[in-house]
Write a new protein. Structure first.
Length: 297
């Protein structure tokens, strides 16, 4: 591949795995695209899918995936811990190699318009593709979630970038955009008190004065009887995983609560994990070229 675009759609289904497979099959069947990973979460009721390819192929796979999700997911019946506004909640285009962010932005715009034109689902643009400054932040578009957006979409400042100011009857709305790679990182706490997770999320996320490039929220994991600090780390070089984790560990200790596990959802850049190992092992003068696989390449 001379041009590599990564795409990480999030769909609002993580419990009916037969439905998830039918949606992902649309990616598998698209020529020029390689499916790398997908992960479903029951409590979030959400699946994160990762694939790569050239821009045109990724656009096609994303449209096919969206069309199938619109057919199979009814947001009127959807419940889950993760914020969402539609059957396909968000589709980000991420430049990896041989392509610019500007080209990914153009590709996102083309896909957003096609989704509205052919599927009649209102679409919003976010991240580097945002047409309004406030829409660079995905959480601003998601404000009120699916239920709240039904009315809010009628307000001029909440009108979609493509489509009429009304939700699709069953599929809601979709956000499409372009961004740099991020790490979806979750920290599970040894308590069922959501107020503890909410407090810690506020302490670490950028919007409340925490770490730059970090978005976070508290989530209840009903099946485990635990709570979670669920985060997106949007720049692991500027704000590394270990720094966020150690802050969460200290904040949790104030409540007498342990960190019982962590999760990475989807794929993660190798360097982000090398940085974690480097820090926790207190390595001196470590170089990533000392990783055997890197030398072999």
């Amino acid at each position: 591949m001379t041009q590599i675009v990564q795409c990480v759609p999030n769909i609002s289904e993580g419990r009916r795995l037969d439905v998830v497979e039918k949606i992902i099959d649309q990616v598998r069947q698209t020529e020029g695209v390689q499916l790398l990973d997908y992960s479903s979460d029951h409590d979030h009721n959400r699946t994160v899918i990762t694939y790569v390819g050239d821009l045109i192929s990724v656009q096609e796979a994303s449209f096919r995936l969206t069309a199938e999700a619109v057919k199979l997911i009814d947001m009127e019946k959807h419940e889950g811990a993760h914020p969402r506004i539609g059957a396909v909640d968000v589709i980000p285009f991420i430049p990896i190699d041989g392509i610019t962010m500007k080209e990914c932005v153009a590709g996102a715009e083309q896909l957003a318009q096609r989704i509205n034109d052919e599927l009649q689902v209102p679409t919003y643009l976010y991240g580097e593709a945002a047409k309004r400054p406030e829409r660079k932040n995905l959480s601003n578009i998601r404000k009120g979630q699916y239920e709240g957006l039904k009315e809010a979409i009628k307000q001029e400042q909440r009108h979609p970038d493509f489509g009429k100011p009304q939700m699709h009857a069953s599929a809601g709305a979709i956000v499409v955009g372009a961004r740099m790679p991020l790490v979806a990182f979750n920290v599970n706490l040894g308590t069922d008190k959501i107020e503890v997770a909410n407090y810690i999320a506020r302490a670490v996320r950028e919007s409340n004065g925490g770490f730059k490039n970090v978005k976070g929220m508290g989530v209840v994991l009903e099946e485990r009887g635990q709570v979670q600090v669920s985060m997106n780390l949007e720049n692991c070089q500027a704000t590394p995983i270990y720094r966020v984790l150690e802050t969460i560990r200290r904040e949790a200790a104030r409540f007498g609560v342990p960190v019982v596990g962590t999760e990475i959802v989807g794929l993660v850049p190798q360097q982000a994990l090398v940085d974690v190992a480097n820090w926790y092992l207190q390595l001196e003068d470590f170089d990533s070229k000392q990783v055997l696989e890197n030398r072999l390449r």
